[in-house]
Design a protein around this ligand. Structure first.
Ligand SMILES: [Zn+2]
Length: 128
């Protein structure tokens, strides 16, 4: 089952819009860090520590944004390759409702919850 072209087009537009939001947001975060680092010079020690914390938060934000940009790029590449909307694990079509909710989904809901359970199990392992 292929997605109707108008749905695919809507999803592509949504992905592209989200991507440009993320990219400009990442640039803003970088500018923020540079500003904080400039301010940090010549300040009291405790204020410097606060600044370090603020720039850590910004860094975290931009990392998760970068991950989302990667997911969006993969989704756009799958659209071009004609494999968009097909679960990478079981090869079945991902429901239109799920794609509208999560346009860069690479798995159907069932495979996604299995994959997340696997990830959580790995993270819980104390040796890692
Ligand atoms: Zn699946």
């Amino acid at each position: 089952m292929a997605l109707p072209p108008e749905v695919l087009e809507r999803l592509r537009e949504r992905l592209l819009r989200r991507r440009s939001e993320l990219v400009s947001g990442t640039l803003d975060a970088r500018r923020g860090i540079e500003m904080l680092e400039t301010q940090e010079r010549g300040q009291e020690l405790e204020e410097g520590a606060q600044t370090a914390h603020a720039s850590f938060v910004l860094q975290e934000l931009s990392e998760s944004q970068q991950r989302e940009v990667l997911l969006i790029d993969e989704a756009l590449a799958r659209m071009d390759a004609g494999t968009y909307g097909i679960c990478v694990d079981c090869g079945k079509p991902i429901s239109e409702a799920r794609l509208l909710a999560v346009p860069f989904a690479i798995r159907d809901a069932g495979c996604q919850s299995l994959a997340e359970a696997d990830e959580n199990a790995l993270r819980r392992r104390p040796s890692l």
